[in-house]
Design a protein around this ligand. Structure first.
Ligand code: AMP
Ligand code: GLY
Length: 426
């Protein structure tokens, strides 16, 4: 098969590597890809959100399947445009991508179908938001921009007063522009947070897999929120019972609800959940793999990703087996100094050829300079991944691989998966 993968992050490099393991793959195109995907296929200079450009490329190159990594082109209607041209696509339509692109739509869907989530209300005016905040008990309040805000549209206000200030800034467009013109005000939940993933073909929901993501920039959950600084799988507190409960209470009802409402979901359904004392509750749904969660969960996929994506794109997921193995995997992201704030690019990366066996490097923000050397080109630069029979083995392999790689001002967290090991020794 000839496959076009859309995106340029570490997630897409990991997806490209998994697609390359398929005996059915003849050719892989990546738009736009990065310096890592360049070694696995043909990078095509086209922005991931250039919908007409991607449709034309798929047609010209007679692509059999388009696999979409990031949310923005899905929210922009890439899958609809491909389907209109009868090009199979693994990724939801614009209407189904609202599960991520409109938090208020997702919240109302959950409310209509009894999917457990945090209590919430949505508003478009400062006046109504303030009146609502006044009715809440004193304590933290979660305020979210309704639209896509690159994972940064959530503010946990310490008090009702602070929540009112945040709402006013969001609605005036000072924080997230148009994405904040509708705000969602939510009950603040407590408990461990997990990312659960399943493949969906509109109806069938595959076996699920779960990972923990580290969103804060610095060790000890300090610093600003980022796209994700590391991940591990499986969580130390995971159990088959928890998996079955989440499947029955969240994943299957969500897919069924979307089908019933005329927006069937095809692609990777990602449920961000908090495991509260009163059970699992959805924080958000996303319409794609997480980054860097994809880098660790794909390390545990024993089945053929291309076969799964193709079956899901064609409504035949029930015919393929999706098997996640019992191994553990850890990913640590190396970022440019300053990320998620301003940072420099063009720094040469050394040591990429000295990675110990067992570890892998997935590129994110990288490119080649005029001499063909790999240089930094973004905030999150590399994701180093290792698997092992348990998290201790995977974690130690990742950190020994990282010590081989360097670039000026590189930053990474040193505590990824540490809490899982602490829990094991308690
Ligand atoms: P999101 O972009 O929706 O994933 O939110 C970013 C982060 O904010 C989440 O990973 C949670 O840690 C936190 N968060 C979001 N919603 C809530 C909530 N209702 N209660 C507590 N924390 C939340
Ligand atoms: N790592 C979180 C996300 O991809 O949204």
């Amino acid at each position: 098969m000839r496959v076009l993968l859309v995106g340029s992050g570490g997630r897409e490099h990991a997806m490209a590597a998994a697609l390359c393991e398929s005996p059915s793959l003849d050719q892989l195109l990546i738009a736009p890809g990065n310096a890592g995907t360049d070694a696995l296929g043909e990078n095509v200079t086209l922005a991931a959100d250039d919908i007409s450009g991607i449709v034309s490329l798929a047609r010209e190159r007679q692509v059999d399947l388009v696999v979409v990594g990031p949310e923005a082109p899905l929210a922009g209607g890439l899958a609809d445009a491909l389907m209109a041209g009868e090009i199979p696509v693994f990724g939801p339509t614009r209407a189904a991508a609202r599960i991520e692109s409109s938090k208020s739509w997702a919240k109302r869907l959950m409310a209509r179908h009894g999917i457990p989530t945090a209590g919430f209300a949505t508003f478009q005016t400062i006046h109504e938001s303030m009146a609502h905040i006044d009715t809440l008990p004193e304590g933290p309040v979660v305020v979210k921009a309704d639209g896509l805000a690159a994972g940064k549209g959530v503010i946990i206000a310490e008090s009702r007063k602070q929540a009112s200030e945040v709402v006013a800034e969001m609605i005036r467009g000072q924080m997230f522009g148009e994405a904040g013109s509708t705000v969602v005000i939510e009950e603040c939940l407590e408990g461990p947070e997990v990312s659960v993933f399943a493949f969906v073909d509109g109806r069938t929901v595959s076996n699920e897999v779960v990972a923990c993501d580290y969103k804060r920039a610095y060790d000890g959950e300090m610093g600003p929120n980022t796209g994700g600084m590391g991940a591990y799988t499986p969580p130390e507190f995971w159990s088959p019972e928890l998996s079955a409960r989440i499947r029955a209470e969240v994943l299957e009802p969500c897919a069924a609800a979307m089908e019933a409402e005329g927006a069937p979901f095809r692609g990777v359904l990602y449920a961000g959940l908090m495991l509260t004392d009163s059970g699992p509750r959805v924080i958000e749904f996303n319409c794609r793999f997480g980054d860097p969660e994809a880098q660790v969960v794909l390390a545990r996929l024993d089945s053929d990703l291309l076969e799964i994506a193709n079956a899901a794109a064609n409504g035949r997921l029930a015919e393929v087996e999706v098997r996640w193995n019992d191994r553990a995997a850890v990913c640590v992201v190396m970022a440019s100094g300053g990320y998620p704030g301003p940072y420099k690019t063009g720094r040469r990366i050394t040591g990429l050829d000295d990675i110990p066996a067992g570890a892998r490097v997935f590129h994110a923000g990288t490119s080649k300079d005029g001499d063909g050397a790999t240089v930094t080109a973004g905030g999150r630069v590399l994701g180093i991944v290792a698997d092992g029979t348990d998290l201790a083995e995977a974690r130690s392999a990742v950190y020994s691989a990282i010590s081989a790689i360097s670039f000026d001002d590189a930053e990474y967290r040193t505590d990824i998966a540490a809490r899982a090991l602490d829990a094991a020794t308690l």
